[in-house]
Design a protein around this ligand. Sequence first.
Ligand code: CUA
Length: 325
Amino acid sequence: MLNWDPPKLEGKIEFDGFWLPRQGAELAKTIDAAWDIVFWVSVILFFVVMVPVCYFAVKYRRRSEHDVTSEMDHNLKLEIIWTVLPTILVIWLFFVGLRGYIDASVPPGGAYEIQVEAQRWNWSFIYPEGFRSPKLVLPSGRPVKLILASKDVLHSFYIPAFRTKQDVVPGLYTTLWFEPLEPMKTLIFCTEYCGKDHSNMLADVEIMSQGDFQSWLRDYKRKKFDETPPVELGKQTFAERGCPSCHGVGGEGTAQAPPLKGLFGRNENLADGTTIMVEENYLRESILAPSAKIVRGFQPVMPPFQGTLEEPEIRGLIEFIKTLK
Ligand code: CUA
């Protein structure tokens, strides 16, 4: 089959069968199965009707002026068969379709959520890790739920390889879910006329193995770290990691945790009777391994953050704590 490979994009539409593009999601299997059933039922019924029509047209053709026409005007047994069988068939097809529709409409709990923003004439994808990508990168074998929004007019989000399509409506969130199959590169189309460059409103989709996906996320996160000033990054990390629940939104301190306000440069009395001057290394240790040095009057209740924070986040937290005065 002819593949379609638009310029300037990595993705393409590949065909490995005769009719439909290569399958990229679990749902495609269900939809293609239903399509195959309808197609082959139609082919078979076409011959079941047309072959006898041609045969009888020849066999019972009028041969002379005095040909006798049959007196038979109906056949009860035949009429029951050709009413009941197709009825059962269409009811069965209805349930094949209904099941596929329900599967496609209800995302499983725990799906990975990505926000999609449509705008004349591009798509952008906002990941839960807090960055934006012009390309939809997906982990293979993990259910993904998209929450779609439009900044301007009506668009329609369509991935032929996944057999999914959803309107993207201004002022309304719509959702779509799928479970990506093997790693592949394909395309998203806009299928609702949205102005001059509607036909160029394409975006890349790449399915990656779970491992590649994780390292892709890490690279993007690092890029976000590079672009964010340390204090700002620290402030975000402070909020994201739930620090305010013990240390107070403004670092004011609670019964479980000493105040972070004015902490930097202060002499802190520790539980073992010693005193320490608060500087960067003490803060770093207290974030990564909090029970190493406990402030007098407090319990070692803070979880260690060793291995869960990236270097720029730790640096950011230290810089943020310095600003709390
Ligand atoms: Cu967006 Cu057409």
